[in-house]
Design a protein around this ligand. Structure first.
Ligand SMILES: Nc1ncnc2c1ncn2[C@@H]1O[C@H](COP(=O)(O)OP(=O)(O)OP(=O)(O)O)[C@@H](O)[C@H]1O
Ligand SMILES: N[C@@H](CCO)C(=O)O
Length: 322
């Protein structure tokens, strides 16, 4: 949907000239993604993705790359920047931090299968364990404190029933907070939607977009994945809940690497609700920002989907049998 910063052939060629990657063959904007500007870049020696960070300062980018390198060393398929001929990977275009990463094969899954859900569950658990020895995870800027602080501002865009829902859910999450903080935690991806993964058939080829990675409860990360990958509304039936088969496959995949404790399974409903609340709020904010620019979020990123999923979780008992 968005490439916010336009680059010319001269901009891309200039950047490429620092690298030992041959000549620029072609480049094209990647429309997927709503946070950064991405370009597919082909050189005479390979295919790359140029990412220009729209909102992150160079130090934040260094922090993401620290995580990506750490995970890459443990054989996870995550994009890590290529170094130029002088060993520099962090560049700047149009005064914005810019990196060039290897382009992974594969495509975003369309009709999600149980096998893909199981694969992403396994990989997420690998992500949690592999990052557990990397110190100083970044603070979650879209975490509990943000929910509480942004809600009054965003609620002016809501009708009375949604306002009441938001107030009630925030009070519920506040009451659950002490328990939530007891959950096993560490680095989390925090945005592992299916448009941030690449597959070749049922084989996972990459996890992308580590640019929200931060400290959080591991179960919360799994809940973020569940709310997107297991959403039943892609059947077109208008149901905003979770598909039990895909949910089961996701949890089986995750538990094959890191079994959940009884305490965690007891927290499922709270955490699924929190994960739905988080993206309801962030999509409300994104809707407001898009409106200020005279734009509209794509149908797949509308806040109502996450409001409805929150309502569904509030009406359904947790999946404690898993
Ligand atoms: N290393 C890569 N290999 C292959 N494709 C990539 C790579 N990096 C990015 N892409 C493509 O670019 C798209 C946008 O990238 P990314 O998700 O990082 O952008 P974003 O603006 O941060 O997105 P979001 O809105 O999800 O936060 C991806 O969905 C993917 O199609
Ligand atoms: N994955 C997010 C957008 C990027 O953070 C969403 O679908 O709302």
């Amino acid at each position: 949907m968005a490439v916010y910063t336009s680059l010319t052939t001269a901009d891309v060629s200039d950047l490429l000239s620092h690298f030992d990657l041959g000549e620029l063959v072609e480049y094209s904007p990647i429309s997927a993604g709503i946070e950064n500007s991405n370009y597919a870049v082909a050189s005479s020696q390979g295919e790359y993705v140029l990412t220009l960070f729209e909102h992150h300062a160079p130090d934040e980018v260094r922090n993401f790359v620290r995580l990506a390198r750490h995970l890459g060393e443990k054989d996870l398929c995550v994009p890590s920047p290529v170094e130029d001929a002088s060993g520099v990977w962090l560049h700047s275009l149009k005064n914005k931090p810019t990196i060039l990463c290897q382009r992974f094969a594969g495509s975003h899954p369309d009709q999600l299968s149980t096998a893909q859900c199981e694969a992403i569950g396994r990989e997420l658990a690998e992500f949690h364990l592999a990052s557990s020895d990397l110190p100083d995870p970044r603070h979650d800027e879209r975490g509990y404190d943000w929910w509480q602080s942004i809600a009054p501002e965003l609620s002016t865009d809501l009708d009375a029933s949604d306002k009441a829902l938001l107030t009630d859910e925030l009070a519920f999450q506040q009451a659950q907070r002490a328990q939530w903080c007891q959950l096993p935690h560490g680095w989390i991806h925090a945005d592992l939607f299916h448009d941030n993964a690449l597959f070749d058939g049922d084989e996972l080829t990459a996890i992308l977009d580590l640019y929200n990675a931060c400290e959080g409860a591991w179960l919360y990360d799994l809940a973020i994945v569940a709310n997107d990958w297991c959403a039943s509304d892609d059947s077109g039936l208008g149901d905003s809940g979770l598909d039990p088969k895909r949910f089961e496959a996701l949890v089986i995949g995750y538990q094959s690497v890191r079994p959940l404790s009884d305490f965690e399974t007891g927290m499922w409903n709270t955490v699924l609700r929190g994960a739905a609340l988080r993206f309801w709020l962030s999509r409300l904010l994104a809707t407001r920002i898009a409106a200020q620019r005279g734009e509209r979020l794509p149908a797949s990123k509308q806040p109502q989907e996450y409001r409805d999923r929150l309502l569904w979780h509030r009406a359904h008992l947790p999946h404690t049998h898993l």
